[in-house]
Write a protein that binds this ligand. Structure first.
Ligand code: NAD
Length: 466
């Protein structure tokens, strides 16, 4: 195997030689990625089943189809996205051409987590390749089945002079980060996000941080409890709760809690049967370590639904907790598993205050028959994404950006946002080499007349007159 420092040197040289810049080269890489997805669909589904016991259907809708959609969109729009973007000029630059050029950063590092290990690796990769970068991929070492497919099979479909997969955990990643990259795209926990940002700062490397945290879900008294329970159940227990944007906890009144509990139990039984352990549609916890952490959280508050677990299978039943204290671990850390605590609040104002006293979440959900309640929640809080009477369906729209704010991250991607994230927006102004007489007005010594003229020419009013 090639030593990692040689890999980085090789990729940098390929970028300097301009290999990744032509549109045809970018399109060929994206097409290669498309062939990888089609040729290895079964292999990827098997790997996801091995890692997370993800069903083939959930693998399709949350991993493979989103990658294919992003690819198709990028291929369809590549030439438009790559075009220089003309911008308005002022009177002093009227004879010049002003535009924004989207140019690749250079050598990009993409570091990814284990919970949607195909989607969260290949969707950023689409953006990085479309934007004409060379890429080092560092998949999660925890989703071992998928890591193996990405390391062994994916490079066969891409130009290896411009693309490489580097394997490893924290130690290897820390070594990678000592090297200078031109852009780092990280998806993972806020804790590691801080390590990434500190390492990037040493080289002044720009970063996108797609992080996590606790995403609240407010349920108003004015709603149909069964409808809310159906939606919350699907989004909370999808991928056995190991979803960054999953509703992490419910905020509602004690009266609504009484109605929600039987409705949640009903939805869980309809979706996953009397014993969810036997359901082909319910996943498993990624590792022994993560299982132990979640097992510990089951001791918080009181179990109202579920609560069963089996260490041999890394199974934790879809669980609802009540009587939970704010100070308990389940309300202190991101749950990232099939456990849903309910916290009581007396009003919308109290719910908003509860949310605003905490870190800004990656996603925020509000359920109510009253559009004013949903609007109030949207207006008076902040989060990466927002779902009104909805779970994380916003992820299915490449027209919407995915990204956090504050503790849940910085930057955004999906669709054209990905292309823009992986492109430097270079400000360009091309002026005629002649016509110096017109330029002379700018130079000292400044007279009263030239000062007035230039001030006027620079003002926005002069532009609107033209
Ligand atoms: P993690 O932060 O532990 O690991 C992510 C990546 O960082 C992995 O590739 C890992 O090898 C690497 N890493 C781990 N420790 C490191 C260190 N000390 N130095 C350098 N690199 C290190 O995250 P995870 O457990 O894989 O994923 C779960 C977290 O990711 C949750 O917080 C979740 O909310 C978040 N997440 C966010 C999104 C999003 O789109 N915002 C998506 C999925 C997951």
């Amino acid at each position: 195997m090639e030593p990692p420092e040689d890999t980085l040197r090789r990729l940098r040289e390929a970028f300097r030689a301009g290999r990744t810049r032509p549109a045809e080269f970018r399109a060929a890489q994206l097409e290669g990625l498309g062939r990888f997805l089609r040729d290895n669909k079964q292999l990827l589904q098997d790997a996801l089943a091995q890692d997370l016991r993800k069903s083939a259907f959930e693998s399709d809708i949350s991993e493979l189809i989103p990658c294919q959609n992003e690819l198709d969109l990028a291929l369809r729009n590549l030439s438009t996205w790559m075009k220089d973007e003309p911008v308005a000029s002022n009177l002093l630059t009227k004879l010049s051409s002003a535009f924004i050029r989207k140019e690749p950063f250079g050598l990009v590092l993409i570091i990814t987590p284990w919970n949607f290990p195909v989607n969260l690796t290949l969707v950023p990769l689409v953006g990085a390749l479309a934007a004409g970068n060379c890429v080092v991929l560092k998949p999660s070492e925890i989703s071992k089945g998928t890591e193996k497919v990405l390391a062994k099979v994916l490079p066969q479909y891409l130009d290896e002079s411009c693309f490489a997969v580097v394997l490893g955990g924290p130690q290897e990643t820390e070594w990678l980060l000592e090297n200078k990259f031109d852009y780092i795209f990280f998806t993972g926990s806020p804790r590691v996000g801080k390590i990434i940002m500190a390492a990037a700062a040493k080289h002044l490397t720009p970063v996108t941080l797609e992080l996590g945290g606790k995403s609240p879900c407010y349920v108003d008294d004015n709603c149909d409890p069964q409808t809310v329970a159906n939606r919350v159940t699907w989004f909370r227990y999808f991928n056995a709760g190991q979803t960054c944007v999953a509703p992490d906890y419910v905020l509602c009144s004690p009266e609504m809690q009484e109605q929600l509990l039987p409705a949640l139990q009903d939805a869980i039984t309809r979706f996953y049967g009397d014993d969810p352990r036997c359901s082909p549609d319910f996943g498993r916890i990624i590792s022994e370590k993560h299982f132990q952490r979640l097992q510990g959280l089951l001791g918080c508050g009181r179990v109202a639904v579920g609560g069963q677990s089996d260490a041999r299978e890394r199974y934790i039943a879809p669980t609802v907790l009540v009587d939970v204290q704010e100070t308990e671990p389940v309300m202190q850390e991101e749950i990232f598993g099939p456990i849903l605590p309910i916290v009581n609040v007396r009003s919308l104002d109290e719910a908003i205050d509860f949310i605003n006293r905490r870190e800004k979440p990656l996603a925020l959900y509000a359920f109510s028959n009253s559009s004013q309640v949903v609007d109030q929640m949207l207006e008076r809080t902040s989060s990466g994404s927002f779902g009104g009477n909805e779970g994380f369906m916003f992820l299915t729209l490449p027209s919407l950006p995915l990204g956090g704010i504050g503790n849940s991250g910085m930057g955004r991607y999906h669709g054209k946002f990905s292309f823009d994230t992986f492109s430097h927006h270079r400000a360009c102004l091309l002026s005629p080499s002649g016509l110096e007489k017109l330029s002379e007005i700018r130079y000292p010594p400044y007279t009263n007349r030239t000062q007035q003229l230039i001030t006027w020419a620079l003002s926005s009013r002069s532009c609107t007159l033209l």
